[in-house]
Ligand binder design. Sequence first.
Ligand code: DGT
Ligand code: CA
Ligand code: ZN
Length: 589
Amino acid sequence: MDKAEVAAVLDEIAVLLELQGENPFRCNAYARAARALNQLEVNLADVIREGKLDEIPGIGATLRDKITTLATTGRLPFYEELKAKTPPGLLDMLRLPGIGPKKVKALYDSLGIDDLAKLQAACAAGQVAELKGFGPKTQQKILEGIAFLGQAGERVRLDQAWAVADQIVAALRQCRGIDRLEVCGSLRRRKETVKDIDILVSSRRPGPIMEAFVKLPLVKKVLGHGETKASVVVEAVDIEGRHVTMNADLRVVTAAQFPFALNYFTGSKEHNVALRQRAIDYGLKLNEYELAGPKKCVACDDEADIYQALDLDYIPPELREDTGEIAAAAAHRLPRLIDADDLHGVFHCHTNWSDGSATLEQMVQAARSRGFSYLGLGDHSQSLTVANGLSPQRVRQQIAEIDALNARLKGFRVFKGTECDILPDGSLDYDEQTLALFDYVVASVHTHFHQSVEEMTQRIIRAISHPRVTMLGHATGRLLLRRDAYKVDLDAVLQAAARHGTMIEINANPYRLDLDWVHCKRAKALGVTLVINPDAHGPAELDYARRYGIAVARRGWLERKDVLNTQTLAQVTKTLAARAALPRTLGKS
Ligand code: DGT
Ligand code: CA
Ligand code: ZN
Protein backbone atom coordinates (compact mmCIF):
# COMPACT_ATOMS: atom_id res chain seq x y z
CA MET A 1 0.00 0.00 0.00
CA ASP A 2 1.14 3.54 -0.63
CA LYS A 3 0.91 6.31 1.94
CA ALA A 4 -2.53 7.53 0.86
CA GLU A 5 -3.99 4.06 1.18
CA VAL A 6 -2.36 3.48 4.55
CA ALA A 7 -3.58 6.88 5.75
CA ALA A 8 -7.13 6.03 4.66
CA VAL A 9 -7.04 2.84 6.71
CA LEU A 10 -5.72 4.72 9.75
CA ASP A 11 -8.49 7.27 9.38
CA GLU A 12 -11.03 4.52 9.22
CA ILE A 13 -9.52 2.88 12.32
CA ALA A 14 -9.89 6.16 14.19
CA VAL A 15 -13.57 6.24 13.33
CA LEU A 16 -14.12 2.56 14.06
CA LEU A 17 -12.46 2.91 17.45
CA GLU A 18 -14.65 5.85 18.27
CA LEU A 19 -17.71 3.84 17.29
CA GLN A 20 -16.49 1.20 19.73
CA GLY A 21 -16.37 3.83 22.45
CA GLU A 22 -12.57 3.89 22.70
CA ASN A 23 -11.04 6.82 24.52
CA PRO A 24 -10.69 9.90 22.32
CA PHE A 25 -6.97 10.12 22.88
CA ARG A 26 -6.35 6.75 21.26
CA CYS A 27 -8.72 7.52 18.36
CA ASN A 28 -7.01 10.84 17.75
CA ALA A 29 -3.61 9.21 17.58
CA TYR A 30 -4.72 7.29 14.48
CA ALA A 31 -6.29 10.33 12.86
CA ARG A 32 -3.14 12.36 13.53
CA ALA A 33 -0.90 9.67 12.09
CA ALA A 34 -3.12 9.52 8.99
CA ARG A 35 -2.72 13.22 8.52
CA ALA A 36 1.03 13.04 8.98
CA LEU A 37 1.25 10.34 6.30
CA ASN A 38 -0.95 12.25 3.88
CA GLN A 39 1.38 15.20 4.18
CA LEU A 40 4.55 13.18 3.85
CA GLU A 41 6.51 14.62 0.94
CA VAL A 42 8.70 11.54 0.53
CA ASN A 43 8.04 7.93 -0.36
CA LEU A 44 6.63 5.89 2.54
CA ALA A 45 8.48 2.74 1.50
CA ASP A 46 11.79 4.62 1.68
CA VAL A 47 11.04 5.94 5.15
CA ILE A 48 10.24 2.44 6.36
CA ARG A 49 13.36 0.97 4.76
CA GLU A 50 15.52 3.58 6.45
CA GLY A 51 13.81 2.86 9.78
CA LYS A 52 12.79 6.50 10.14
CA LEU A 53 9.06 6.06 10.49
CA ASP A 54 8.93 6.88 14.19
CA GLU A 55 10.85 10.10 13.62
CA ILE A 56 7.65 11.52 12.13
CA PRO A 57 5.84 13.54 14.79
CA GLY A 58 2.74 11.70 15.95
CA ILE A 59 4.01 8.23 15.08
CA GLY A 60 5.12 6.13 18.04
CA ALA A 61 6.12 2.49 18.29
CA THR A 62 2.60 1.01 18.02
CA LEU A 63 1.69 3.04 14.99
CA ARG A 64 5.08 2.43 13.44
CA ASP A 65 4.47 -1.33 13.57
CA LYS A 66 0.94 -1.09 12.24
CA ILE A 67 1.92 1.23 9.40
CA THR A 68 4.82 -1.04 8.48
CA THR A 69 2.52 -4.07 8.36
CA LEU A 70 -0.01 -2.23 6.22
CA ALA A 71 2.54 -0.78 3.84
CA THR A 72 4.43 -4.01 3.34
CA THR A 73 1.63 -6.62 3.38
CA GLY A 74 -1.39 -4.48 2.44
CA ARG A 75 -3.29 -5.96 5.39
CA LEU A 76 -3.71 -5.45 9.11
CA PRO A 77 -5.52 -8.05 11.25
CA PHE A 78 -6.28 -5.43 13.92
CA TYR A 79 -8.16 -3.37 11.34
CA GLU A 80 -9.97 -6.34 9.87
CA GLU A 81 -11.22 -7.50 13.27
CA LEU A 82 -12.35 -4.01 14.11
CA LYS A 83 -14.24 -3.78 10.84
CA ALA A 84 -15.86 -7.18 11.31
CA LYS A 85 -17.15 -6.04 14.71
CA THR A 86 -18.80 -2.90 13.30
CA PRO A 87 -22.09 -2.98 11.37
CA PRO A 88 -21.33 -1.33 8.00
CA GLY A 89 -24.47 0.83 8.20
CA LEU A 90 -22.93 2.80 11.07
CA LEU A 91 -20.39 4.26 8.66
CA ASP A 92 -23.19 5.43 6.35
CA MET A 93 -24.78 7.21 9.28
CA LEU A 94 -21.58 9.21 9.71
CA ARG A 95 -22.20 10.86 6.34
CA LEU A 96 -24.98 12.88 7.95
CA PRO A 97 -24.02 16.43 8.88
CA GLY A 98 -23.64 16.98 12.60
CA ILE A 99 -23.55 13.26 13.33
CA GLY A 100 -20.24 12.07 14.66
CA PRO A 101 -19.19 8.68 16.01
CA LYS A 102 -20.44 9.50 19.51
CA LYS A 103 -23.98 10.12 18.35
CA VAL A 104 -23.92 7.05 16.11
CA LYS A 105 -22.81 4.95 19.03
CA ALA A 106 -25.55 6.37 21.22
CA LEU A 107 -28.18 5.56 18.58
CA TYR A 108 -26.85 2.05 18.25
CA ASP A 109 -26.55 1.38 21.97
CA SER A 110 -29.94 2.74 22.95
CA LEU A 111 -32.17 1.98 19.96
CA GLY A 112 -30.22 -0.68 18.07
CA ILE A 113 -30.06 1.56 14.99
CA ASP A 114 -27.38 0.31 12.63
CA ASP A 115 -28.30 1.79 9.24
CA LEU A 116 -29.88 4.83 7.62
CA ALA A 117 -33.23 3.15 6.98
CA LYS A 118 -33.69 2.28 10.65
CA LEU A 119 -32.56 5.75 11.62
CA GLN A 120 -35.10 7.35 9.33
CA ALA A 121 -37.87 5.15 10.75
CA ALA A 122 -36.87 5.97 14.33
CA CYS A 123 -36.86 9.71 13.56
CA ALA A 124 -40.24 9.46 11.88
CA ALA A 125 -41.57 7.73 15.00
CA GLY A 126 -40.14 10.50 17.18
CA GLN A 127 -37.88 8.13 19.13
CA VAL A 128 -34.66 9.94 18.39
CA ALA A 129 -35.91 13.24 19.79
CA GLU A 130 -36.36 11.59 23.17
CA LEU A 131 -32.79 10.36 23.46
CA LYS A 132 -30.45 12.20 25.77
CA GLY A 133 -28.31 14.64 23.79
CA PHE A 134 -30.57 14.64 20.73
CA GLY A 135 -33.87 16.53 20.96
CA PRO A 136 -36.41 17.51 18.27
CA LYS A 137 -34.03 19.86 16.47
CA THR A 138 -31.38 17.19 15.96
CA GLN A 139 -34.04 14.70 14.90
CA GLN A 140 -35.27 17.14 12.26
CA LYS A 141 -31.71 17.75 11.07
CA ILE A 142 -31.13 14.03 10.73
CA LEU A 143 -34.26 13.65 8.62
CA GLU A 144 -33.19 16.52 6.39
CA GLY A 145 -29.72 15.00 6.10
CA ILE A 146 -31.12 11.64 5.03
CA ALA A 147 -33.31 13.33 2.42
CA PHE A 148 -30.28 15.24 1.16
CA LEU A 149 -28.18 12.08 0.81
CA GLY A 150 -30.98 10.43 -1.16
CA GLN A 151 -31.23 13.42 -3.45
CA ALA A 152 -27.48 13.66 -3.95
CA GLY A 153 -27.73 10.18 -5.47
CA GLU A 154 -24.65 8.68 -6.91
CA ARG A 155 -22.72 11.78 -7.84
CA VAL A 156 -19.12 12.05 -6.67
CA ARG A 157 -16.85 15.04 -6.14
CA LEU A 158 -14.69 16.39 -8.96
CA ASP A 159 -11.46 15.27 -7.28
CA GLN A 160 -12.75 11.72 -6.96
CA ALA A 161 -13.97 11.47 -10.55
CA TRP A 162 -10.75 13.03 -11.77
CA ALA A 163 -8.61 10.51 -9.90
CA VAL A 164 -10.69 7.59 -11.17
CA ALA A 165 -10.62 8.85 -14.75
CA ASP A 166 -6.84 9.30 -14.63
CA GLN A 167 -6.50 5.66 -13.66
CA ILE A 168 -8.83 4.43 -16.40
CA VAL A 169 -7.09 6.55 -19.00
CA ALA A 170 -3.63 5.38 -17.93
CA ALA A 171 -4.73 1.75 -18.20
CA LEU A 172 -6.53 2.28 -21.50
CA ARG A 173 -3.55 4.00 -23.08
CA GLN A 174 -1.75 0.67 -22.93
CA CYS A 175 -4.08 -0.62 -25.67
CA ARG A 176 -2.83 -0.60 -29.20
CA GLY A 177 -4.86 0.96 -31.98
CA ILE A 178 -6.01 4.03 -30.07
CA ASP A 179 -5.72 7.11 -32.22
CA ARG A 180 -7.18 9.88 -30.03
CA LEU A 181 -8.51 9.64 -26.51
CA GLU A 182 -10.31 12.25 -24.45
CA VAL A 183 -12.39 12.34 -21.28
CA CYS A 184 -15.62 14.25 -22.01
CA GLY A 185 -18.76 15.08 -20.06
CA SER A 186 -19.00 17.03 -16.84
CA LEU A 187 -15.46 16.05 -15.88
CA ARG A 188 -14.01 17.80 -18.92
CA ARG A 189 -16.13 20.80 -18.03
CA ARG A 190 -14.71 20.54 -14.49
CA LYS A 191 -18.06 20.57 -12.78
CA GLU A 192 -17.76 20.33 -8.99
CA THR A 193 -19.59 17.00 -8.92
CA VAL A 194 -19.75 14.31 -11.57
CA LYS A 195 -22.26 11.55 -12.18
CA ASP A 196 -20.33 9.35 -14.58
CA ILE A 197 -17.16 9.35 -16.63
CA ASP A 198 -17.51 9.61 -20.41
CA ILE A 199 -14.49 8.46 -22.38
CA LEU A 200 -14.14 8.91 -26.11
CA VAL A 201 -11.63 7.16 -28.36
CA SER A 202 -11.07 7.14 -32.09
CA SER A 203 -9.77 3.99 -33.67
CA ARG A 204 -10.05 1.92 -36.79
CA ARG A 205 -10.59 -1.26 -34.79
CA PRO A 206 -12.95 -0.70 -31.85
CA GLY A 207 -13.31 -4.41 -30.98
CA PRO A 208 -10.05 -5.01 -29.09
CA ILE A 209 -10.32 -1.66 -27.29
CA MET A 210 -13.83 -2.40 -26.05
CA GLU A 211 -12.64 -5.83 -25.02
CA ALA A 212 -9.72 -4.39 -23.04
CA PHE A 213 -11.91 -1.73 -21.42
CA VAL A 214 -14.44 -4.13 -19.90
CA LYS A 215 -11.57 -6.26 -18.60
CA LEU A 216 -9.66 -3.48 -16.83
CA PRO A 217 -8.79 -4.45 -13.25
CA LEU A 218 -10.76 -1.42 -11.96
CA VAL A 219 -13.96 -2.71 -13.55
CA LYS A 220 -16.29 -4.34 -11.03
CA LYS A 221 -19.30 -4.90 -13.24
CA VAL A 222 -20.11 -4.68 -16.95
CA LEU A 223 -23.47 -3.02 -17.58
CA GLY A 224 -23.33 -3.13 -21.37
CA HIS A 225 -20.85 -4.18 -24.02
CA GLY A 226 -21.70 -3.34 -27.62
CA GLU A 227 -19.54 -2.91 -30.69
CA THR A 228 -18.65 0.75 -30.13
CA LYS A 229 -20.08 1.52 -26.71
CA ALA A 230 -19.55 -0.08 -23.31
CA SER A 231 -20.75 0.84 -19.83
CA VAL A 232 -19.11 -0.39 -16.66
CA VAL A 233 -19.00 0.16 -12.93
CA VAL A 234 -15.49 0.95 -11.75
CA GLU A 235 -14.08 0.95 -8.27
CA ALA A 236 -10.89 2.86 -7.65
CA VAL A 237 -8.99 4.63 -4.92
CA ASP A 238 -9.05 8.43 -4.80
CA ILE A 239 -6.24 10.81 -3.81
CA GLU A 240 -6.93 10.22 -0.15
CA GLY A 241 -6.95 6.46 -0.57
CA ARG A 242 -10.72 6.19 -0.22
CA HIS A 243 -12.75 3.84 -2.39
CA VAL A 244 -14.90 5.40 -5.07
CA THR A 245 -17.49 3.51 -7.08
CA MET A 246 -18.96 5.06 -10.19
CA ASN A 247 -20.07 4.40 -13.75
CA ALA A 248 -17.86 4.87 -16.78
CA ASP A 249 -18.82 4.77 -20.46
CA LEU A 250 -16.50 4.25 -23.39
CA ARG A 251 -17.37 5.13 -26.95
CA VAL A 252 -15.19 4.41 -29.95
CA VAL A 253 -15.69 6.45 -33.12
CA THR A 254 -13.83 7.00 -36.40
CA ALA A 255 -11.16 9.66 -36.79
CA ALA A 256 -13.53 11.77 -38.90
CA GLN A 257 -16.29 11.59 -36.29
CA PHE A 258 -14.02 12.33 -33.35
CA PRO A 259 -14.28 16.15 -33.17
CA PHE A 260 -18.07 16.03 -33.41
CA ALA A 261 -18.40 13.27 -30.85
CA LEU A 262 -15.95 15.07 -28.55
CA ASN A 263 -18.03 18.20 -28.78
CA TYR A 264 -21.31 16.37 -28.28
CA PHE A 265 -20.26 14.24 -25.33
CA THR A 266 -18.54 17.13 -23.60
CA GLY A 267 -21.88 18.87 -23.37
CA SER A 268 -23.42 20.38 -21.51
CA LYS A 269 -26.67 19.27 -22.98
CA GLU A 270 -27.88 22.87 -22.87
CA HIS A 271 -24.80 24.07 -24.73
CA ASN A 272 -25.32 21.33 -27.34
CA VAL A 273 -28.91 22.38 -27.89
CA ALA A 274 -27.93 26.02 -28.36
CA LEU A 275 -25.07 25.13 -30.69
CA ARG A 276 -27.30 22.86 -32.77
CA GLN A 277 -29.79 25.70 -33.09
CA ARG A 278 -27.08 27.99 -34.35
CA ALA A 279 -26.10 25.36 -36.92
CA ILE A 280 -29.71 25.18 -38.07
CA ASP A 281 -29.72 28.95 -38.46
CA TYR A 282 -26.70 28.49 -40.74
CA GLY A 283 -28.58 25.83 -42.76
CA LEU A 284 -26.43 23.09 -41.26
CA LYS A 285 -27.16 19.97 -39.25
CA LEU A 286 -24.95 19.28 -36.21
CA ASN A 287 -24.93 15.99 -34.31
CA GLU A 288 -22.43 13.68 -32.64
CA TYR A 289 -21.13 12.44 -36.03
CA GLU A 290 -21.00 15.40 -38.38
CA LEU A 291 -21.74 18.95 -39.33
CA ALA A 292 -23.68 18.51 -42.56
CA GLY A 293 -24.87 20.98 -45.18
CA PRO A 294 -27.47 20.36 -47.87
CA LYS A 295 -24.79 19.16 -50.32
CA LYS A 296 -21.77 18.11 -48.29
CA CYS A 297 -20.30 17.84 -44.83
CA VAL A 298 -18.04 20.45 -43.29
CA ALA A 299 -14.64 18.90 -42.68
CA CYS A 300 -13.38 19.49 -39.13
CA ASP A 301 -10.15 18.26 -37.57
CA ASP A 302 -10.87 19.54 -34.11
CA GLU A 303 -13.49 21.32 -32.08
CA ALA A 304 -12.15 24.76 -32.99
CA ASP A 305 -13.06 24.03 -36.63
CA ILE A 306 -16.65 23.29 -35.63
CA TYR A 307 -16.97 26.57 -33.78
CA GLN A 308 -15.27 28.41 -36.61
CA ALA A 309 -17.70 26.98 -39.15
CA LEU A 310 -20.42 28.64 -37.08
CA ASP A 311 -18.51 31.95 -36.88
CA LEU A 312 -17.66 31.39 -33.23
CA ASP A 313 -14.40 31.68 -31.34
CA TYR A 314 -13.32 28.46 -29.66
CA ILE A 315 -15.26 27.97 -26.42
CA PRO A 316 -13.30 26.26 -23.63
CA PRO A 317 -15.18 23.28 -22.10
CA GLU A 318 -15.56 24.97 -18.71
CA LEU A 319 -17.75 27.68 -20.27
CA ARG A 320 -20.14 25.35 -22.07
CA GLU A 321 -23.16 25.75 -19.82
CA ASP A 322 -25.30 27.94 -22.08
CA THR A 323 -24.91 30.97 -19.86
CA GLY A 324 -23.98 33.42 -22.59
CA GLU A 325 -20.86 31.78 -24.00
CA ILE A 326 -22.22 31.44 -27.53
CA ALA A 327 -23.16 35.10 -27.82
CA ALA A 328 -19.78 36.07 -26.35
CA ALA A 329 -17.95 33.78 -28.81
CA ALA A 330 -19.89 35.31 -31.70
CA ALA A 331 -18.93 38.81 -30.56
CA HIS A 332 -15.28 37.80 -29.92
CA ARG A 333 -15.77 38.72 -26.31
CA LEU A 334 -14.98 35.48 -24.53
CA PRO A 335 -12.76 35.91 -21.48
CA ARG A 336 -9.13 34.90 -21.70
CA LEU A 337 -9.48 32.36 -18.95
CA ILE A 338 -7.07 32.18 -16.07
CA ASP A 339 -4.60 29.25 -16.07
CA ALA A 340 -2.92 27.27 -13.33
CA ASP A 341 0.43 28.85 -14.21
CA ASP A 342 -0.97 32.31 -13.55
CA LEU A 343 -0.94 31.76 -9.79
CA HIS A 344 2.14 33.21 -8.10
CA GLY A 345 1.25 32.40 -4.53
CA VAL A 346 -1.52 31.38 -2.17
CA PHE A 347 -3.33 32.69 0.89
CA HIS A 348 -5.34 31.03 3.65
CA CYS A 349 -2.92 28.26 4.63
CA HIS A 350 -2.77 26.55 8.00
CA THR A 351 0.26 25.36 9.95
CA ASN A 352 0.64 23.33 13.12
CA TRP A 353 0.24 26.59 15.03
CA SER A 354 -3.46 25.75 14.70
CA ASP A 355 -4.86 22.64 13.01
CA GLY A 356 -2.42 22.22 10.12
CA SER A 357 -0.13 19.21 10.03
CA ALA A 358 3.11 20.92 9.01
CA THR A 359 5.41 23.55 10.43
CA LEU A 360 5.65 27.02 9.01
CA GLU A 361 9.02 26.16 7.47
CA GLN A 362 7.67 23.01 5.85
CA MET A 363 4.80 24.94 4.33
CA VAL A 364 7.21 27.53 2.99
CA GLN A 365 9.40 24.81 1.51
CA ALA A 366 6.41 23.22 -0.14
CA ALA A 367 5.19 26.53 -1.53
CA ARG A 368 8.62 27.32 -2.95
CA SER A 369 9.00 23.89 -4.49
CA ARG A 370 5.73 24.53 -6.33
CA GLY A 371 7.13 27.70 -7.82
CA PHE A 372 5.12 30.08 -5.65
CA SER A 373 6.77 33.29 -4.48
CA TYR A 374 4.53 34.00 -1.51
CA LEU A 375 2.53 32.16 1.10
CA GLY A 376 -0.23 33.74 3.13
CA LEU A 377 -0.79 32.13 6.49
CA GLY A 378 -4.26 31.94 7.92
CA ASP A 379 -4.28 29.93 11.10
CA HIS A 380 -7.47 29.85 13.13
CA SER A 381 -8.44 32.52 15.62
CA GLN A 382 -8.86 32.21 19.38
CA SER A 383 -12.48 31.13 19.77
CA LEU A 384 -12.06 28.13 17.50
CA THR A 385 -10.57 26.03 20.25
CA VAL A 386 -11.34 22.72 18.50
CA ALA A 387 -8.89 23.80 15.82
CA ASN A 388 -6.33 25.08 18.31
CA GLY A 389 -7.02 28.71 17.45
CA LEU A 390 -4.36 31.27 18.37
CA SER A 391 -4.68 33.58 21.36
CA PRO A 392 -3.43 37.15 20.74
CA GLN A 393 -0.28 36.16 22.62
CA ARG A 394 0.36 33.19 20.33
CA VAL A 395 -0.37 35.42 17.33
CA ARG A 396 2.53 37.62 18.45
CA GLN A 397 4.79 34.60 18.83
CA GLN A 398 3.90 33.34 15.38
CA ILE A 399 4.51 36.76 13.92
CA ALA A 400 7.96 36.84 15.48
CA GLU A 401 8.69 33.49 13.84
CA ILE A 402 7.45 34.79 10.48
CA ASP A 403 9.56 37.95 10.76
CA ALA A 404 12.65 35.88 11.48
CA LEU A 405 11.91 33.62 8.54
CA ASN A 406 11.18 36.49 6.15
CA ALA A 407 14.50 38.06 7.06
CA ARG A 408 16.24 34.95 5.76
CA LEU A 409 14.14 34.30 2.66
CA LYS A 410 15.12 35.72 -0.71
CA GLY A 411 12.56 36.24 -3.46
CA PHE A 412 9.88 34.79 -1.25
CA ARG A 413 7.65 36.22 1.41
CA VAL A 414 5.35 34.88 4.08
CA PHE A 415 2.34 37.10 4.61
CA LYS A 416 1.06 37.29 8.15
CA GLY A 417 -2.58 36.48 8.27
CA THR A 418 -5.37 34.87 10.18
CA GLU A 419 -8.52 32.99 9.39
CA CYS A 420 -10.50 35.04 11.83
CA ASP A 421 -13.83 33.67 12.98
CA ILE A 422 -16.89 35.73 12.30
CA LEU A 423 -18.71 35.61 15.64
CA PRO A 424 -22.50 35.10 15.69
CA ASP A 425 -23.16 38.85 15.78
CA GLY A 426 -20.77 39.60 12.91
CA SER A 427 -17.98 40.95 15.07
CA LEU A 428 -14.46 39.58 14.70
CA ASP A 429 -12.64 37.18 16.96
CA TYR A 430 -9.69 39.54 17.70
CA ASP A 431 -9.43 43.04 19.09
CA GLU A 432 -8.25 45.94 16.91
CA GLN A 433 -4.65 45.86 18.13
CA THR A 434 -4.29 42.21 17.25
CA LEU A 435 -5.98 42.62 13.86
CA ALA A 436 -3.58 45.45 13.08
CA LEU A 437 -0.65 43.04 13.29
CA PHE A 438 -1.63 41.12 10.17
CA ASP A 439 -0.82 41.76 6.51
CA TYR A 440 -4.24 40.44 5.62
CA VAL A 441 -7.28 38.86 7.25
CA VAL A 442 -9.57 36.08 5.98
CA ALA A 443 -12.89 36.17 7.81
CA SER A 444 -14.91 32.94 7.95
CA VAL A 445 -18.04 31.56 9.57
CA HIS A 446 -17.32 28.33 11.43
CA THR A 447 -20.10 28.21 14.03
CA HIS A 448 -23.82 28.94 14.43
CA PHE A 449 -24.74 27.76 10.94
CA HIS A 450 -28.44 27.73 11.69
CA GLN A 451 -29.18 31.40 11.98
CA SER A 452 -32.03 32.87 9.96
CA VAL A 453 -31.17 34.14 6.51
CA GLU A 454 -31.46 37.74 7.76
CA GLU A 455 -29.17 37.15 10.73
CA MET A 456 -26.57 35.31 8.68
CA THR A 457 -26.58 37.91 5.91
CA GLN A 458 -26.19 40.80 8.36
CA ARG A 459 -23.54 38.87 10.25
CA ILE A 460 -21.39 38.35 7.16
CA ILE A 461 -21.95 41.83 5.77
CA ARG A 462 -20.93 43.34 9.10
CA ALA A 463 -17.74 41.31 9.07
CA ILE A 464 -16.71 42.06 5.50
CA SER A 465 -17.32 45.76 5.98
CA HIS A 466 -14.74 45.80 8.75
CA PRO A 467 -11.70 47.71 7.44
CA ARG A 468 -9.28 45.02 8.56
CA VAL A 469 -11.00 42.22 6.68
CA THR A 470 -9.26 41.58 3.38
CA MET A 471 -11.32 38.66 2.15
CA LEU A 472 -14.28 36.47 3.01
CA GLY A 473 -13.49 32.76 3.48
CA HIS A 474 -15.70 29.86 2.25
CA ALA A 475 -18.68 32.07 1.55
CA THR A 476 -21.54 29.65 2.12
CA GLY A 477 -20.03 26.86 4.21
CA ARG A 478 -21.30 24.11 1.95
CA LEU A 479 -19.77 20.65 1.93
CA LEU A 480 -20.37 19.08 -1.47
CA LEU A 481 -22.89 16.21 -1.42
CA ARG A 482 -22.95 16.37 2.37
CA ARG A 483 -24.12 19.67 3.70
CA ASP A 484 -26.00 22.44 1.99
CA ALA A 485 -24.90 26.04 2.14
CA TYR A 486 -26.06 27.93 5.18
CA LYS A 487 -28.96 30.22 4.49
CA VAL A 488 -27.59 33.52 3.35
CA ASP A 489 -28.51 36.16 0.80
CA LEU A 490 -25.39 35.78 -1.26
CA ASP A 491 -26.27 38.56 -3.67
CA ALA A 492 -26.45 41.02 -0.80
CA VAL A 493 -23.09 39.74 0.42
CA LEU A 494 -21.50 40.15 -3.02
CA GLN A 495 -22.86 43.68 -3.30
CA ALA A 496 -21.50 44.56 0.12
CA ALA A 497 -18.13 43.10 -0.85
CA ALA A 498 -18.12 45.26 -3.97
CA ARG A 499 -19.03 48.33 -1.92
CA HIS A 500 -16.31 47.79 0.64
CA GLY A 501 -13.64 46.48 -1.71
CA THR A 502 -13.50 43.22 0.20
CA MET A 503 -12.30 40.23 -1.77
CA ILE A 504 -13.99 36.83 -1.81
CA GLU A 505 -12.24 33.52 -1.67
CA ILE A 506 -12.71 30.58 -3.97
CA ASN A 507 -12.03 27.82 -1.47
CA ALA A 508 -10.16 25.25 -3.55
CA ASN A 509 -10.66 22.41 -1.10
CA PRO A 510 -12.52 19.90 -3.31
CA TYR A 511 -14.99 19.20 -0.50
CA ARG A 512 -16.08 22.84 -0.61
CA LEU A 513 -15.41 24.69 -3.90
CA ASP A 514 -17.20 27.63 -2.47
CA LEU A 515 -17.82 30.39 -3.80
CA ASP A 516 -19.49 28.32 -6.53
CA TRP A 517 -18.89 29.18 -10.18
CA VAL A 518 -22.28 30.80 -10.74
CA HIS A 519 -21.67 33.35 -7.99
CA CYS A 520 -18.08 33.73 -9.08
CA LYS A 521 -19.31 35.02 -12.37
CA ARG A 522 -21.69 37.38 -10.61
CA ALA A 523 -18.98 38.59 -8.23
CA LYS A 524 -16.78 39.39 -11.18
CA ALA A 525 -19.60 41.33 -12.83
CA LEU A 526 -19.94 43.40 -9.65
CA GLY A 527 -16.21 44.16 -9.71
CA VAL A 528 -15.29 41.99 -6.72
CA THR A 529 -11.76 40.60 -6.75
CA LEU A 530 -11.54 36.86 -6.08
CA VAL A 531 -8.72 34.94 -4.42
CA ILE A 532 -8.03 31.27 -5.08
CA ASN A 533 -7.25 29.87 -1.64
CA PRO A 534 -6.21 26.27 -1.04
CA ASP A 535 -7.20 26.34 2.65
CA ALA A 536 -4.27 23.96 2.92
CA HIS A 537 -3.83 22.06 6.18
CA GLY A 538 -0.60 20.51 4.93
CA PRO A 539 1.92 20.77 2.08
CA ALA A 540 0.17 18.49 -0.43
CA GLU A 541 -3.04 20.50 -0.17
CA LEU A 542 -1.30 23.53 -1.66
CA ASP A 543 -2.00 21.83 -4.99
CA TYR A 544 -5.74 22.35 -4.53
CA ALA A 545 -5.38 25.93 -5.76
CA ARG A 546 -3.99 25.13 -9.19
CA ARG A 547 -6.23 22.13 -9.72
CA TYR A 548 -9.72 22.59 -8.27
CA GLY A 549 -9.56 26.32 -7.53
CA ILE A 550 -8.61 27.07 -11.12
CA ALA A 551 -11.42 24.79 -12.29
CA VAL A 552 -14.01 26.88 -10.44
CA ALA A 553 -12.42 30.15 -11.56
CA ARG A 554 -12.50 29.09 -15.21
CA ARG A 555 -16.12 27.98 -14.93
CA GLY A 556 -16.76 31.39 -13.39
CA TRP A 557 -15.31 33.17 -16.48
CA LEU A 558 -12.41 34.60 -14.49
CA GLU A 559 -9.38 36.14 -16.11
CA ARG A 560 -6.01 36.80 -14.62
CA LYS A 561 -6.91 40.33 -13.59
CA ASP A 562 -9.91 39.14 -11.58
CA VAL A 563 -7.84 37.09 -9.14
CA LEU A 564 -5.57 38.51 -6.44
CA ASN A 565 -3.00 35.74 -6.37
CA THR A 566 -2.13 36.08 -10.04
CA GLN A 567 -0.22 39.17 -8.93
CA THR A 568 3.53 38.96 -8.54
CA LEU A 569 5.06 39.29 -5.09
CA ALA A 570 5.83 42.98 -5.67
CA GLN A 571 2.32 43.72 -6.89
CA VAL A 572 0.52 41.79 -4.20
CA THR A 573 2.63 43.42 -1.49
CA LYS A 574 1.49 46.80 -2.78
CA THR A 575 -2.13 45.73 -3.09
CA LEU A 576 -2.29 44.49 0.49
CA ALA A 577 -0.49 47.51 1.87
CA ALA A 578 -2.77 49.91 -0.02
CA ARG A 579 -5.79 48.08 1.29
CA ALA A 580 -4.62 48.16 4.88
CA ALA A 581 -4.13 51.92 4.55
CA LEU A 582 -7.63 52.49 3.19
CA PRO A 583 -9.59 54.82 5.46
CA ARG A 584 -12.79 52.87 5.79
CA THR A 585 -15.51 53.33 8.33
CA LEU A 586 -15.52 50.83 11.13
CA GLY A 587 -18.04 48.05 11.13
CA LYS A 588 -20.86 49.84 9.31
CA SER A 589 -22.69 48.00 6.56
P1 DGT B 1 -23.00 14.18 -15.37
O1 DGT B 1 -24.42 14.16 -14.88
O2 DGT B 1 -22.08 14.71 -14.33
O3 DGT B 1 -22.53 12.88 -15.93
O4 DGT B 1 -23.01 15.26 -16.56
P2 DGT B 1 -22.62 15.07 -18.09
O5 DGT B 1 -22.68 16.41 -18.72
O6 DGT B 1 -21.37 14.31 -18.23
O7 DGT B 1 -23.89 14.26 -18.65
P3 DGT B 1 -23.99 12.81 -19.27
O8 DGT B 1 -22.94 11.91 -18.80
O9 DGT B 1 -25.41 12.40 -19.07
O10 DGT B 1 -23.83 13.06 -20.84
C1 DGT B 1 -22.60 13.45 -21.39
C2 DGT B 1 -22.83 14.49 -22.45
O11 DGT B 1 -23.57 13.94 -23.53
C3 DGT B 1 -23.64 15.66 -21.99
O12 DGT B 1 -22.85 16.61 -21.33
C4 DGT B 1 -24.17 16.17 -23.29
C5 DGT B 1 -24.40 14.93 -24.08
N1 DGT B 1 -25.80 14.53 -23.98
C6 DGT B 1 -26.32 13.56 -23.22
N2 DGT B 1 -27.64 13.47 -23.40
C7 DGT B 1 -27.98 14.44 -24.28
C8 DGT B 1 -29.20 14.86 -24.87
O13 DGT B 1 -30.29 14.34 -24.60
N3 DGT B 1 -29.14 15.88 -25.76
C9 DGT B 1 -27.97 16.49 -26.07
N4 DGT B 1 -27.98 17.50 -26.93
N5 DGT B 1 -26.80 16.12 -25.52
C10 DGT B 1 -26.81 15.10 -24.65
CA1 CA C 1 -21.02 12.18 -17.45
ZN1 ZN D 1 -9.15 27.42 6.78
